[in-house]
Design a protein around this ligand. Structure first.
Ligand code: SF4
Ligand code: SF4
Length: 283
């Protein structure tokens, strides 16, 4: 993998109106610069910041978040800054725990299994931020040099990145990677995209029939479609019912008047491993 030599994190700064934002504003009026990888979001008070805002920013690929509010005792709304501190502490803890807890459970299971077999196993547990970027994998170099094999709980791409980085170590996948999806509710993920390489979401109101219709219908529902669920898979809503309702809600039903030609599957994963090169971002 080629990585830019100097990785720049993308940072969002949530700035309280009465202190940090006012300071940034003042700095701006004095023509003082701040780094281009920082985006400032004006908040009436950091107490208004919900956990969802922070998690959504991470979901959208932001690397770091700064919450800048008033000193304790100085909040315009008395306790907004204290509430913000509690929430950010909780999120920091959650983010730390997610990977570590999963790795801890799996390590325990492996240790127990080998103990029962009478072949005790020594395990080192490590979590890194991402397994698909060399920038983060490099933190594994030292611990990896001391072990015989690596079990990765990254997705299939992460496991392969680790295998490439440590060519002399056996690397095993700890998960079965199934799809590109989102967290629907606690412990429930659903597939949303199958990487067809020719995205048609704009046409279908942001709902993908390629992935979410069991028959991949592109020009309207199948004969078995009813309000819900899908006639093929009882546990899913009919994607075409969702598309219809969505387009109706946004007043774009006329999009369905256009006949979608046969899909070009050449850019999809079926044609072999895909490669994307963004020449403008290479250094
Ligand atoms: S149309 Fe293709 S790229 Fe777009 S969401 Fe569906 S599968 Fe993914
Ligand atoms: S019922 Fe709906 S989602 Fe299921 S196959 Fe038919 S059109 Fe697709």
């Amino acid at each position: 993998m080629n990585q830019p030599s100097e990785w720049e994190p993308r940072i969002i700064a949530f700035c309280c109106n009465y202190c940090a934002y006012a300071a940034a504003d003042l700095a701006g009026s004095k023509r003082m610069q701040y780094p281009v990888n920082v985006r400032i979001i004006h908040t009436p008070c950091t107490g208004k910041l919900e956990m969802e805002h922070i998690l959504e920013a991470f979901e959208k690929g932001i690397d770091g978040i700064l919450v800048a509010g008033c000193l304790e005792g100085g909040c315009h709304f008395l306790e907004g800054n204290l509430r913000a501190r509690k929430r950010t502490d909780r999120i920091r803890q959650m983010l730390d725990e997610i990977g570590e807890r999963e790795v801890g459970i799996a390590s325990y299971a492996m240790r127990m299994a080998r103990k029962i077999e009478g072949q005790p196993l020594e395990l080192t547990q490590i979590t890194i931020e991402r397994q698909c970027e060399n920038e983060f994998i490099k933190d594994l170099a030292e611990p990896a040099s001391k072990v015989e094999a690596i079990v990765s709980f990254g997705c299939g791409a992460g496991v392969q990145a680790i295998a490439e980085r440590f060519p002399s170590k056996p690397v095993y996948a700890g998960l079965n990677t199934q799809f590109l999806g989102i967290l629907e509710e606690q412990a429930v993920w659903t597939e949303k995209c199958m990487g067809c390489g020719d995205c048609m979401l704009a046409q279908f109101g942001g709902i993908c029939p390629v992935t979410r219709c069991a028959k991949r219908m592109l020009n309207g529902p199948c004969g078995g479609s009813k309000e819900t669920p899908c006639e093929v898979a009882e546990d899913r809503p009919c994607a075409w019912q969702l598309i219809y309702t969505r387009l109706k809600n946004i007043d774009q039903l006329d999009r369905l008047d256009t006949i979608v030609p046969p899909k070009d599957w050449r850019p999809a994963w079926h044609a072999g491993a895909c490669k994307i090169v963004r020449a403008e971002h290479r250094v």
